[in-house]
Structures are given as C-alpha cells and as structure tokens.
Write a protein that binds this ligand. Sequence first.
Ligand code: NAD
Ligand code: SER
Length: 318
Amino acid sequence: MSKILVIGAGGQIGTELVLALRKLKGNQAVIAADVKDTCPSLLAEGPYVKMDILDRELVRGYIINNAITEVYLLAALLSATAEKNPDFAWKLNMEGLFTILDLAKEGHLSKIFWPSSIAVFGPTTPMDNTPQHTIMEPSTVYGISKQAGERWCEYYFNKFSVDVRSIRYPGLISYKSLPGGGTTDYAVDIFYKAKAREKFTCFLKEDTALPMMFMDDAINATIQLMEAPSENVKIRSAYNLGGISFTPKTISAAIKKVMPDFEIVYQPDFRQAIADSWPNSIDDSYAEKDWGWKHQFDLDAMVKVMLENVNVELVAAK
Ligand code: NAD
Ligand code: SER
C-alpha cells in the first residue's frame, strides 16, 4: 500500500494533483502538506499537515514516523517571484529536493516526483520543437535551480538507485486555484479578466509564443509517469512535455471567438526577457515513446473549459 505525501499541496498544481491522487488511491492514502496554516477548502476531505520543506528534521521525522512511501515535492518559487528574491529561490528550490532525495537514498521512500520546467532551457536553446537533449543555458535563477535539480535527480538515480521521476512542465492553465508567480501566469489571468468583462493588460508582447498545457493534461501526465513500470522511465533528469503552443494574440483571438467584446492591451515588463529566453514549442516524443504520453486539450477546448469554470471570486479572495 502506498502512502503519499504531496508537499506544496496548496498551490496551483498541488490542489489538483491531490484531488486526482485521492480519487485513485483513496482520501486517507494521500496527505496534503504545505507551509500555509490552513488546508485549502478543496482538500478538506483528506489529511492535511502544515510543513515547511526547509525544516529538514521536521520533514524527515514526519516521513519516517508516518511510513510515507512516495513524495511529490512541489514547493518552489516560480520564475517571476524567484527573480525578485534569487537567494531565497535557490535555497527553497534546492534544499527541499536534497532532503527528499536523501530520504529515498536511505531507503525511507520508494518513489519521488519532483517537477522541472521549460525554464531549464535558455536563449541559446533551439526555440522551435525544442528537443529533449539540447543546449541548456538557462538565464533565470529559477531555470538554473531546475537544471541543477535535474542533474541531481539523475545523479541520485545512477549512484543510489533512487526512483525519481520528473517532467519539464510547460506553462499550466487551470481554474481550481490561482497560479503562484510564473511568467506563464498571463495565460490564466486573461480568463479572469475576460470573465469579469474587463480589459486585460498583458505583461508579454503579443507575438511571444510559449509552450502551454491545460492542467488536466499535466495531472494525467504526472500520474501516468508515476504509475509507469520503472524500466519504462528511461530519462531520470526530466521529460519534455508538449501541449499547446500559443501567443497572447492567439489566445485572445480564441477568447474573442466566444466573447467578441473581449479587449487586450500589451504592456511588457521584466517577464518579457524571461519569456524570450524560453522555447516556443516542445518536442515530447521521448515521453510518448517511453510511457505513452499524448495530450488531449487543444487551444479551443481549453478556452471553452476555462471560460465556463473560472470563478472571479477566487481573485477577489486572494
Ligand atoms: P505554486 O506557487 O502555485 O504552489 C507552490 C506551493 O508550495 C504553495 O502552496 C506554497 O504555499 C508552497 N510552499 C512554498 N514554500 C513552501 C515551504 N517552504 N514548505 C512547504 N510548502 C511551501 O506553484 P505550482 O505552480 O503549483 O508549481 C509547483 C511546482 O511545479 C514547482 O516546483 C514549479 O516550479 C513547478 N512548475 C510549475 C509550472 C506551472 O505552470 N504552474 C510549470 C513548470 C513547473
Ligand atoms: N509556469 C512556470 C513559470 O512561468 C514555468 O515553469 O515560472
């Protein structure tokens, strides 16, 4: 029987991942953990523990004493927030990973999921249909931490047989919880403004293409990768994962098909340079070949679901 701990469960991915894992494994088998004092209301049907991933001894004690078998480590600072506090971003994004990798190395965990990002790529990477194995010279602290994390994951697998699995998520789009400070957040924010019938000011230029994905696809990929037989998981740094690629102009055109009065204006800020250093689109053929990955949601399908489901009160309550 697996006993799963999701650390950073109160965030954009964690909320939906915990819900999906609980559906699969049962409420009591999946413990949500976050540094936040209170459990997000969506996760109230299962166990919640307040936990700071930087408190190494507390995390070790909890995992060992509660016989946790699998950890999904999601706590991190994302690209835009990390640029504002690079020292802390490096500390948070790296120290937590070592705590969990070491527990697995010592035999306390059988499997780990730790997410990487398209931020591992940089301005010298081929931008279109970016290959799995290519030049990686990230120019953000977030990207540097993810690339270093990938190298350490692969090292722990090779040297200590730690069963660690990872995906380079593209920008994720969802409505159950708000995004946490990334460069791709515009593609979520845009729906709240559209739904509120307000003009949207985009912090990227209209022609900035980025790889993106609807959250249901990302959650399915994560669970598919974690459920795959170990021998099928041939890449132990992180898998490229493609979904949809679009620009602010294309997504606003897709929204206008449903809401013809929707208006967008462009006011690029520091996040433009981050976006310019990332790929336009991703080649995910290794994920397809190794564990059967295929995305479901195209742009129009994702726009439809988002417009039907975003709740503008979430933003007001933030
Ligand atoms: P998020 O910011 O929405 O959520 C992160 C969660 O971690 C928050 O609930 C936060 O309270 C918690 N947290 C922060 N510090 C903590 C600490 N010290 N101890 C415990 N919990 C702490 O982030 P997200 O979008 O859900 O991303 C999760 C992971 O996926 C991150 O590693 C991120 O880099 C990666 N990722 C996300 C995306 C995306 O588009 N959302 C894309 C690529 C990679
Ligand atoms: N969505 C993330 C970000 O923009 C990509 O890792 O930071």
